[in-house]
Ligand binder design. Sequence first.
Ligand code: BGP
Length: 468
Amino acid sequence: NTTSFPKNFLWGAGASAFQAEGAYNEDGKGLTSADLHSFLKSDIQADTKIAVDFYHKYEEDIRLMKELGLNSFRFSISWARIFPNGNDSNANELGVAFYDKVIDLLVKYNIEPIVTLYHFDIPQNLVEVYNGWASRKCIDDYERYVHYCFKRYGDRVKYWITVNEQRVIAESKSLVGFKEKEGCSWEAIRHQMNHHLYLANARAIKLCHKILPDVKIGTAVSYLTTYPATSKPEDVFAAKELEDIWSFATMDVYYYGDYPDYYKAYMKEQEISIQIEESDYETLRNAKPDFIGVNWYQTATIEYNKFRVKEEKKDQIEPTTMGLGGRVKIVKNPNLTYTKWGWPIDPKGFRLALRKVYERYHLPIIVTENGLGAADSLTKDNKIHDEYRIDFLKHHLLSIKKAIEDGVVVIAYSYWSFIDILSSSNGMNKRYGFVYVDRDEFNIKDLKRIKKDSYYCYQNIIKDNGSN
Ligand code: BGP
């Protein structure tokens, strides 16, 4: 059993600030859109106030990473811990010091930090003053923030991620932090916000390459790989359209520095107009990522849907249709099993996804997220027998191994998530971690950390570099 994983493969796991840290208003941190997004749901699920208290328990958690054998950890910096209002003249030293401590401990244990600069949490003040990404000012403020991070942490952080799941942020009013105002409707502005996010990403990459020439920087894209529900040409075409418009268009803009023609045609058809300044093209073109970060969870099986939003009323969109003016429909794939939350489990689709991304860009891939959410339960003797997660992990790693044999360059795997954290859609009810956190939705308990069976499984996999 020879391994296909390269010798220096980064075996990791991840988390993000708002999902793990808690301490939402401690040591000078400002509120973020992610805080408010979670408070909106506070009566039905856990929120960011305490989350799993990584802010106070990071030492214990990083020791657990070391013991497991991780050699990388992906986490995000909360912009509002560094600049509480997003655009303050001075950085908040206590917030800055927190990430210094986290990074130093990781480095001490030879765990490579992979740092996301923006993971769903824009400082709320920027939403109040200029409606966040709706304004070009946000790009300048973001650049100032990332500049600060590069200078402060760039001596120890070798992998940076500019934005997590831009497409997902730009689809959600509350995640992006949009406030309905007179003369500024969501439908009219969301594509403009998306454009500003592209510019922010490009400016961060360019700056990083200038001041930290030896580090690697890229983005993390949510990639929904699609299958046609039948061999009917319209279904095959609909599946391709969804995959291109939903996932590849974002990667294409990052990579080619322009909106691809199929996306321009789509915008024209949907009457989406955005203001693009002449210099924007130069900005976008002069910032190639060093790798593609892929957040990969599932495939979607697609049927052509003749319902067109332009012709009908938008509020008539069926819940199973998404984007593309309602002309596609996600249907159940009878060949796959589904989680409690309706996410299909499809490791073969993962191998396919890795091949497609590599064939398109020929850039190294970091699997920035991949994992299984489940309602784990503690046994009477305080154990978690998560054989379903072990199965998921083994099969998805096998897909990476096969993709590498197919010629795909994968340099890192960051399982989502290292420890149980808030699920962005289901609070503590949907757990992803290798380490259980003893808290319920509303009952905080003692937040004790308990290793699940999958913790030991990943430990063994890493020990022999994935050869079994
Ligand atoms: C991605 C996000 C993560 C994480 C994950 C799982 O979109 O980048 O932050 O939440 O999805 O999603 P969920 O928590 O909704 O199950």
